[in-house]
Design a protein around this ligand. Structure first.
Ligand SMILES: [Zn+2]
Ligand SMILES: [Zn+2]
Length: 387
């Protein structure tokens, strides 16, 4: 009897411990972002905008930077020389500005070449290379997510839309965490990864949405992080991943979208002369004689893969890329000497349709509904511990 109650007591204690750990606040995660990626920057100006910074030169404390102080850092052959408005502080291969709190903000402005300044959160690391300096922003993952959503635009959108967008951006960041590992950071600040142009400051709703979905990411049914593409407008039907990218992904299947059909980018038009269109198709291997006599019109009922005349065909995604059309879903209306493209949607059409998602949010759907509508066989979970 005593043995049974001891076992029960141990079980109870274990449950208490589990409940305690499950309710523990999650530690902040940092991410390293390569700023001004692909620009060979040799001189910058650094200014604290909020909070104080400790300055480290080659891991040694060499000063304290206060709000409004200005620091000039110049790279010469991999050696960074830092000076304030009065004195040279020193020369190092690595300079770090470390905020004394988690609410530090700084401004950085490239001088050579001259580029507009950026404001960002948390810490900054500069590393000297032979002919440029690496500029690495080490910041809280959630602040970075807020910045990417603001960079993407979509201001004045509904909070539920921002929450869906936050989960997509966070999933991308965690899934691609080691993309730039050999360069000393996690992700770059361009569209190669996700565009990040600095601190989110225009929309407080973005920050609230990021915090409301803190640590949440999208996984497949086996718990693996998934690709999270999105586009402006699908035109009424999303594209499956295979059709757009020749890569079958079970969570990216065509979805009939009734939400985006009256949005800004639902329709587009473009014109070419008949001769230009025939010349384009001839370049793709179509027979000119055949084209001169053929009916060139085209009116697909839904997303199709090819434009065909006789035995020849060209992929619609290829036509879109070559002619810089807004989407690969279009009809062709022929006139005496003109070809009119009447298109639907804007973008590759795979994954979440942003304008449809915004409309869903306005109609009262929550972010979980929005993500399950555009992505199949997914779960929304906390970041898996092993990345
Ligand atoms: Zn990148
Ligand atoms: Zn849509």
């Amino acid at each position: 009897m005593r043995y049974v109650s001891a076992t029960l007591a141990i079980r109870f204690l274990l449950m208490l411990l589990l409940a305690f750990f499950a309710s523990c606040p999650i530690q902040a995660r940092d991410i390293k972002i390569g700023l001004f990626f692909n620009r060979k920057i040799t001189t910058v100006v650094f200014t604290p905008v909020g909070g104080e910074y400790i300055i480290y030169g080659d891991y040694r404390q060499v000063g304290v930077a206060r709000k409004g102080f200005i620091y000039h850092i110049d790279n010469s052959g991999g050696v960074l020389t830092i000076q304030d408005t009065l004195n040279v502080i020193g020369s190092f291969s690595r300079i770090e500005f470390k905020g004394i709190s988690r609410s530090n903000i700084f401004s950085i402005r490239p001088v050579i070449p001259s580029l507009p300044p950026r404001e960002s959160d948390d810490n900054l690391l500069l590393q000297g290379e032979a002919d440029f300096m690496r500029i690495i922003n080490i910041l809280d993952l959630e602040k970075y997510i807020a910045g990417t959503i603001e960079t993407e635009g979509g201001s004045n959108a509904h909070p539920e839309y921002y929450k869906a967008q936050a989960i997509l951006a966070r999933t991308f960041a965690v899934k691609n965490f080691y993309r730039h590992g050999s360069e000393g950071f996690n992700l770059c600040d361009t569209e190669h990864c996700q565009a990040y142009k600095g601190k989110s400051r225009m929309n407080p709703e973005i920050h609230a949405a990021v915090m409301a979905t803190k640590e949440l990411v999208m996984c497949d049914m086996n718990g693996h992080l998934v690709n999270t593409p999105y586009h402006s407008n699908c035109g009424g039907m999303t594209s499956d991943a295979f059709q757009a990218w020749k890569q079958p992904l079970p969570h990216l299947q065509p979805v009939i979208d009734q939400f985006c059909r009256n949005s800004k980018n639902a329709k587009w038009e473009s014109m070419l002369s008949r001769d230009e269109w025939i010349a384009y198709l001839t370049g793709k291997g179509f027979k000119k004689d055949r084209l001169m006599q053929a009916d060139l019109s085209f009116s697909p009922a839904s997303r199709e893969k090819y434009y065909r005349i006789g035995e020849h065909q060209v992929e619609l995604t290829e036509v879109r890329r070559d002619l810089k059309l807004k989407s690969a879903w279009f009809s062709i209306v022929t006139g005496a000497d003109k070809i009119r493209f009447q298109g639907k949607g804007y973008g590759h059409g795979v994954g979440m349709c942003q304008e449809g998602a915004m409309e869903m949010a306005r109609k009262g759907y929550v972010y979980v509904d929005i993500l399950h509508f555009y992505f199949r066989n997914i779960k929304i979970e906390s970041i898996p511990e092993r990345r």
